[in-house]
Write a new protein. Structure first.
Length: 68
């Protein structure tokens, strides 16, 4: 009977620990690799020699959202 209680407690502790480890990993990942925003896209286009218009920026952002 006691091994059932130990198994349930271990399962609960593992689930809680796994949640917090995964959360910490994702926060660190997003800090190192931020998602692309409009300013990053604008500077990337300017570095390639293109003059970015707001319409073109919005179209590219929409295409990236649709790919996800």
């Amino acid at each position: 009977m006691w091994y059932v209680v130990v198994a349930i407690v271990a399962l609960a502790l593992g689930a809680v620990g796994g949640f917090f480890l995964a959360r910490k990993y994702m926060q660190d990942y997003l800090k190192k690799n931020p998602p692309i925003n409009e300013d990053m896209l604008r500077s990337m286009m300017m570095s390639m020699g293109q003059k970015p218009s707001e319409k073109k920026i919005r179209q590219m952002m929409q295409q990236m959202k649709n790919q996800k």
